[in-house]
Design a protein around this ligand. Sequence first.
Ligand SMILES: [Zn+2]
Length: 424
Amino acid sequence: MSYACFRCQRCSKPLKVSQEICAMQEGPLEAQHPASPSPKMPAAGKLEDRTSRTHHPERDRTSQESTCCAFTLLGEPSTQRTLHSIQNTILETFEIVSGQKDVDHPLCVDCMDGLLEELDAQLTLVEADTEKYKSFLERDSLVSDEERESLNAKLRAELQSLEQEEARLAQELKDMDRQHARIEAELRAAEAESRELERQEEQDLNDCAALMTEQLALTDQLSSVENQLAYAQRQLQSLSKTDIFNITFTILDDGPLGIINNFRLGRLPGIQVGWSEINAAWGQTALLLFNLSKIAGLQFQRYQLVPCGDHSYIKSFDGDGVLLLFSDGSHNVFYDNKYDRAMKAFLDCLQQFVKVVEEEEGLFLPYRIHVNGGMLEDVTGSGECYSIRTHLNTEDEWAKALKFMLTNLKLILAWASSRYYCKK
Ligand SMILES: [Zn+2]
């Protein structure tokens, strides 16, 4: 035996059609919960009990019809279908399609109870509303026309007041909307300004960091420059105290020959000094006088000293050309003796310097210079004169003349040191 499978349309619990009702063929189909012990129609009976308070013809009709066709089985129990049941099925289908009948859905007993309770509650509310309407109608019939007119006037006044209040509130709402829009605009502007300020702040921070980096680099540079300056100042201070003449030039006149910077100037029969040494000594002597004239600001007349080591020379402005202040001993002492003329020219320059110095400072030199004869006079000693030339001269006298010249230069050197350095 097969069973039709139904489900409750509200709680989806499975429903089972009672087999006794199915066997009756023309009897009503009953839906019951599987757990329901009663195969009869407790729901239908209950429905009659609960709706018996008010008479409802349509409900009665539905209830009566539901006893025979609450659940129409289509297809499944085909072996038990009769002509009557088929006619009922077709009749119901037409009623459903034509809207003359509501579709009945299968419900379990519990859901049916719940549905009936809901309908009872709705019925109660409707009955209460009906009672209220009836009482209002009775009261309205008791009120006189004057009282009704007065009440209407009062209500119209109240309505007008409420409308005015509504208009005022609407205007206030509009104002609030405008104010809200204005504040929103201000807020957007403030937010934009805030973003701009944040961007500016970030830019300023970056600039500040770059400037601090630059400041650090400049501080390092400044410190380095200050150290260099301090070192240079110490060097300057040390150099300003340095006597460059005394350091550079050393003149010895204690022996038979005058010596400048370890080069002997002159020669004696017993002391044969090489000409290269004598030339070098002349170069040092010329360099000394050249520097002395420079520091004293003296421009020599007639001559120009050109110190050039052991090949120094003197330029003459009087047509004598270049006078060589060096020799290898092969020069002609009788004819066109340029070496003698060069030494005389040097004496001339020395005398020019001595003259300037003696006028300024009253320097006293022990050996007087006679430029024309190329002689040096021992004014403090023997009073004799010694020629600086090699022509018609002996090596002894030439060496003495050169030594006297170096002695004068030594004194001039000491004077220059005190004049230009020690006073600083
Ligand atoms: Zn149910």
